[in-house]
Design a protein around this ligand. Structure first.
Ligand SMILES: [Zn+2]
Length: 247
């Protein structure tokens, strides 16, 4: 006789990018194992790959975890984690030291609890994904949000400097280029042509593109707290999965 099967509870979340609702089950021992193995490897690419796989396993409605924006994936994982392991995490808060310190030296550590269900994807003011680079000609770029595969690829290009990585991220995120008359679909051009286009931008135009990544929606949460030792008020903004779970 086959062993009886245990049914998992089913939950629902809303993907921040599209508003699409997705049903999911909590992660089980088999997914916990995938996560632990990746964390033990201490390799960021392995962790991202594990998160991608866990989200695919647990989503009941069909989604492609490697194609949705990274902030959707992070949000999904955050909800999954809270329904699978626990809705709160413990924080140990201390004042920033050095340049960022707003208070006198204090070694106080303050314990706090964060409810993961309060963490949302925050959209910054002034964010747009359609960036006009030149007003006169109307030349601009429509960008799309980076997904986890792009983050994994970026982790593979080890010997690159910051500027090359930023340019790679821009090129990977281009959906199309446009001017007043035409739309130039990315797939019709080679990587070399796209690189040449980006390298011929002015510094100011380039910064408009990098701003897209700064202002795009992010998993973010501001924690305001009072130091139990000196009574000083302080706040930190947690951003991305790493700041919540340390991986
Ligand atoms: Zn203090």
């Amino acid at each position: 006789m086959a062993l009886p099967k245990i049914n998992s509870p089913i939950f629902e979340l809303t993907l921040p990018s599209t508003g699409q609702s997705v049903k999911y089950r909590p992660f089980l021992v088999k997914e916990q194992k995938i996560l632990l193995l990746a964390m033990e490897s201490d390799d960021q690419k392995a962790v991202l790959t594990a998160i991608k796989q866990i989200v695919n396993n647990c989503a009941i409605d069909e989604i492609d975890s490697s194609k949705i924006p990274t902030f959707d994936l992070e949000y999904f994982f955050m909800r999954l984690r809270s329904k699978s392991i626990g809705e709160t995490i413990d924080l140990k808060l201390r004042h920033p030291t050095g340049m960022n310190s707003k208070v006198e030296e204090c070694d106080g550590i303050t314990d706090s609890t964060l409810n993961l269900l309060e963490v949302e994807v925050i959209k910054s003011d002034g964010h747009t994904d359609k960036i006009v680079l030149d007003d006169e000609t109307g030349i601009g770029i429509k960008l799309k949000y980076p997904n986890v595969n792009m983050a994994i690829d970026a982790g593979n290009s080890e010997n690159k400097n910051q500027m090359d990585l930023a340019t790679d991220a821009i090129i990977a995120s281009i959906e199309y280029i446009f001017d007043k008359e035409n739309v130039y679909k990315k797939e019709d051009y080679t990587k070399k042509e796209l690189l040449e286009f980006i390298e011929n931008l002015s510094q100011e135009q380039y910064l408009k593109l990098t701003k897209f990544f700064e202002l795009m929606p992010k998993l973010k949460h501001k924690v305001e707290w009072t130091c139990k030792k000196c009574g000083c008020r302080d706040e930190i903004t947690m951003e991305g999965l790493q700041s919540f779970f340390g991986f």
